[in-house]
Design a protein around this ligand. Structure first.
Ligand SMILES: Cc1cc2nc3c(=O)[nH]c(=O)nc-3n(C[C@H](O)[C@H](O)[C@H](O)COP(=O)(O)OP(=O)(O)OC[C@H]3O[C@@H](n4cnc5c(N)ncnc54)[C@H](O)[C@@H]3O)c2cc1C
Length: 566
């Protein structure tokens, strides 16, 4: 098999991957960025509402970085590592200024300063935005910046199969060019997993089709742990029935949620923060309204923007307006938008420290949604994720550069292991009969939605685990219809399913294990938060079919857990 050698490989061309690659490259190292789509098509480009930042000269005069950390920690239901939240807040203004200097044109106030809007759980408004297409603007600016660096090579439309390790040390990754289906061993001393989220595990998700959790599963198969894998975020306002995101920016700009009686029902659940309570609370409130018969036929509630006025809606919330019109036939200037919750973000991720380094495997790093640092704890606040990709993408890139300074020795040749990775991929898809992979995929997505979703309990989680195990077994004899050796997308989709099945079992087992309710993990059989027993991170490994769970303490600096009321 062909071999290519780099100092570091970044898997993922979204915001986190590009920022990490930038830092490694400007420190003089040779980097490859491998991405299964062209970088600017990464899910980062779909981010709508904005990026949170405390900017001294342009924030509310009463605000400060401590308030921002506090909001993040309380929003995450105290499972947040507080040193990480403090770093996120401290670096937020600087990173937004850098992105501005690299060409992101943020919306302005009339006096020329950067505009700001409220997002859920914020004591003071901190979200900076480019209309409701913020991710697109950031990703294009960053891609343009890194494209100018000589020591970064891009491998676009290349699919990473698995990491290669020599005992406890990462030595590279096997990836396949999707067009020629030619596998290559990319040798490197450090690998950054910046592979983004996993929304496709759920029947309803706002995520792109490429978000299949490949990075989590590659890390698990290589022997690294996931941190807090039971914590999955459901966004309250996905467009009914297509599940396209209607950004929290809409509520930030003043939109309100109403039930079939026309009531502003959030008054019942979060009397102070109302529609801008954190996402876990608003999602559960919507489901409760629907279950108790106050939803609209089909199962949704209304998001009412009408009082904002046509001109304002079309300028500030253009994407929401266009999506509602094109995909639900609703003119948001005249009628409420039909919305319901859908999977949106993954708080769990590859277990890394504040520098992005994993402690199971030497040379493994992760950043962005693929990582769990943890800044989001049990529930992420809106607009903190774009910020995390850039702040921790940069921290991780710097840590890799430092790591490379002291790790100069060459690794052994591991030809057998490399060949086995490609053989396993083909073996996985070679059956002629059995079940089509698409059938397993649909079943998996429904099981996760029905039984490992917004509301959870022991019976459903046990049933989910048993069903996922059956699907894992079935997948051993599944087939793909397309046998071609050029750009076989069905083959790659089947490999994505393998990743989804590995991740699903870890999520479901970890959710069964945590016997309390915290943030987005809501157990109807254990409805209270239990700090005495559960104020700790779940650390989950996958050994064959068995999920092994240990724990790590939550790092506290100055905020003691208190009741989470809004
Ligand atoms: C619709 C939507 C709107 C959002 N709006 C906001 C918002 O307004 N504010 C906010 O803060 N957050 C928002 N988020 C969340 C935020 O956009 C993401 O969490 C963040 O952009 C993730 O960035 P990333 O760099 O970690 O991953 P991504 O941008 O998802 O990039 C992942 C990369 O990994 C590559 N990859 C994955 N698997 C493989 C593989 N096997 N081989 C090779 N390459 C691979 C992909 O090609 C891609 O380049 C939103 C999310 C969605 C879905």
């Amino acid at each position: 098999m062909e071999k290519l050698s780099y100092d570091a490989i970044v898997i993922g061309g979204g915001l986190a991957g590009l920022m990490a690659a930038h830092e490694i490259a400007v420190n003089g190292y040779k980097v490859a960025v491998i991405s299964k789509v062209f970088p600017t098509r990464s899910h980062s480009s779909s981010a709508e509402g904005g990026i949170a930042a405390y900017i001294e000269e342009n924030s509310d005069p009463n605000d400060n970085p401590d308030y921002m950390s506090y909001d993040t920690i309380k929003g995450g239901d105290y499972l947040v590592d507080q040193d990480a939240a403090e770093l996120l807040s401290m670096r937020s203004g600087e990173i937004v200024r850098i992105m501005e200097s690299w060409g992101t044109l943020f919306n302005r106030q009339p006096d020329g300063r950067v505009a700001v809007r409220y997002f859920g759980g914020q004591t003071y408004p901190r979200t900076r935005f480019v209309g409701d297409k913020t991710g697109m603007a950031l990703l294009h600016a960053l891609f343009q910046r890194v494209s100018g660096l000589d020591n970064i090579d891009f491998y676009n439309e290349w699919f990473s199969l698995d990491l290669v390790r020599d005992d406890k040390r990462i030595v590279g990754v096997v990836a396949m060019e999707m067009k020629s289906m030619n596998p290559v061993f990319f040798k490197a001393k450090a690998i950054v997993m910046a592979t983004g989220g996993m929304g496709m595990l759920y029947a309803h998700s706002t995520n792109a089709y490429i978000n299949t959790g490949d990075g989590y599963s590659m890390a698990l198969r290589a022997g690294a742990a996931l941190k807090d894998p039971e914590f999955v975020q459901f966004h309250p306002t996905a467009l009914y029935p297509s599940d396209i995101l209607i950004s929290e920016a809409a509520r930030g700009e003043g939109a309100i949620l109403i039930n079939n009686k026309g009531e502003r029902f959030m008054q019942r659940y979060a009397p102070k923060k109302l529609d801008l309570a954190p996402r876990d609370i608003v999602s559960r409130s919507i489901i409760t309204e629907i279950r108790e018969g106050r939803g609209f036929p089909g199962g949704y509630v209304g998001l009412d923007l009408r009082h904002l006025g046509e001109e304002y809606i079309k300028e500030r919330l253009a994407l929401a307006y266009e999506a509602a019109l094109s995909f639900s036939g609703v003119d948001a200037t005249k009628e409420p938008i039909p919305v319901r919750p859908a999977q949106h973000y993954y708080m769990g991720g590859i277990d890394v420290d504040i520098t992005g380094m994993n402690s199971d495997l030497i040379g493994l790093f992760a950043a962005g949604e693929a990582a769990c640092v943890s800044v989001h704890g049990a529930n992420r606040l809106g607009s903190n994720s774009l910020l995390e990709t850039l702040v921790f993408g940069r921290e991780t890139g710097r840590a890799v550069a430092k790591f490379l300074e002291s790790h100069t020795e060459d690794s052994n040749s591991l030809d057998n292991e490399v060949d086995k990775i490609v053989d396993d991929a083909y073996k996985y898809t070679k059956s002629e009969s059995g079940v089509h992979f698409g059938e397993i995929l649909n079943k998996l997505r429904n099981v996760m939605w029905d039984e490992v979703g917004i509301y959870r309990d022991e019976d459903h989680l046990k049933d989910a685990i048993s069903q996922i195990n059956q699907l894992r077994e079935m997948s051993k004899t599944m087939y793909v219809t397309d046998k071609s050796k050029t750009y076989n997308t069905e083959f790659f989709n089947a490999l994505e399913l393998r990743n989804m099945l590995d991740l699903a079992i870890v999520i479901a087992q970890s959710a069964l294990n945590r016997k309390e309710s915290r943030g987005a993990h809501f157990r109807t059989d254990y409805p209270q938060r239990d700090d005495d027993n559960w104020l700790k991170h779940t650390i989950s490994y996958l050994k064959g079919n068995t999920v092994e769970i240990t724990y790590k303490p939550v790092r506290m600096t100055k905020w003691k857990p208190e009741p989470r009321v809004y």
